[in-house]
Design a protein around this ligand. Structure first.
Ligand code: NA7
Length: 287
């Protein structure tokens, strides 16, 4: 298929590389020039990248970035043709995503919100999971592309439902990790051996995929970014915005957000979100 891939960040670049190495005809664009993908052409603007494409795939940081890429001066909108499909794998506001879908549809194209889970490693290995909002027929048309980059596609419902599901899932990641960070901090302060505590967690019912994934990094004090804290903090703001819009209270998340605020103020925004453990430890006076 002829694909325009827009956004070559931590996630986007390996995703575009998987499409190119699967034999698709890929043109990439990135806001800051200089990022390239082997086997793909580079375009100067989203508009140029999208010209003649059957599918336009977007993976940029936030709601404003998606809006700019789709509808800005040199945005995708100018190259939209009837029958094209736009897929957005960025994590953004569900409400905004629904509006973007409506605007794309007025041009005869279709839109899927298809945020991802699986982190940098999943993007590099082609094992991402996509949670998708939009029409089932449109999902089927682009299924081969999903399967070049990932291992599973879950249809969540109508447009925006993929984004809503992603916020719910990331909320669980934030709270599970915060629970782990607080438990580790308390037990450390009480004198429990960290390795023994890890063994207990992995042997018992509190075992979790999130902790399994982060534990080796915590053991090595390696907080280099797999999922940068700044992006999880952005997602927390999206969760709180969606909660305010729909009249839902999120007391635990509100507390976790304070830790993220403090971590950001301490200059940790480009580290992995796992670095929030350092804030909890610092508050407890643990070096
Ligand atoms: P990164 O590694 O922070 O990359 C973000 C990408 O978004 C990168 O290509 C940026 O271009 C691009 N970006 C940022 N702002 C804009 C604007 N205003 N217009 C166009 N492009 C922009 O993020 P990830 O790849 O880890 O994650 C991408 C999404 O998936 C995000 O929503 C996550 O929450 C999930 P740059 O190179 O800075 O010019």
């Amino acid at each position: 298929m002829r694909i325009a891939f827009l956004g070559l960040g931590i996630m986007g670049r390996p995703m575009a590389a998987k499409l190119a190495s699967s034999g698709h005809d890929v043109t990439v664009w990135n806001r800051t020039a200089g990022k390239i993908v082997e086997g793909a052409r580079s375009a100067a603007t989203p508009r140029v990248a999208a010209e003649g494409a059957e599918v336009v795939w977007v993976c940029v940081s936030d709601t404003a970035a998606v809006e700019q890429t789709l509808f800005g001066t040199d945005g995708v909108e100018h190259s939209l043709k009837s029958g094209m499909v736009v897929v957005d794998s960025s994590t953004i506001s569900p409400t905004a995503s629904r509006k973007f879908a409506e605007r794309i549809r007025t041009r005869g194209a279709d839109f899927l919100d298809a945020p991802i889970t699986g982190s940098k490693i999943g993007a590099e290995n082609g094992t991402l999971i996509f949670m998708v909002g939009g029409a089932a027929e449109t999902i089927e048309r682009v299924r081969p592309l999903f399967m070049s980059m990932g291992k599973q596609v879950i249809h969540m419902g109508k447009n925006g439902d993929g984004e809503a599901a992603k916020l719910g899932m990331n909320m669980m990641i934030v709270l599970i990790y915060e629970g782990f960070a607080e438990a580790l901090t308390l037990t450390t302060k009480l004198g429990v051996d960290q390795k023994a505590f890890f063994t207990l967690i992995q042997s018992s019912m509190v075992r979790s995929g999130v902790v399994d994934y982060k534990m080796p990094f915590v053991e090595k004090n390696d907080f280099s970014p797999n999922f940068p804290l700044r992006l999880m903090h952005k997602d927390i703001r999206l969760m709180m915005e969606a909660a305010a819009e729909s009249g839902v209270e999120l007391p635990a998340l509100t507390t976790a957000n304070q830790i993220y605020d403090e971590a950001t103020a301490a200059g940790m925004k480009d580290l992995d979100y796992a670095a929030t453990l350092q804030i909890v430890k610092k508050r407890a006076g643990i070096k």
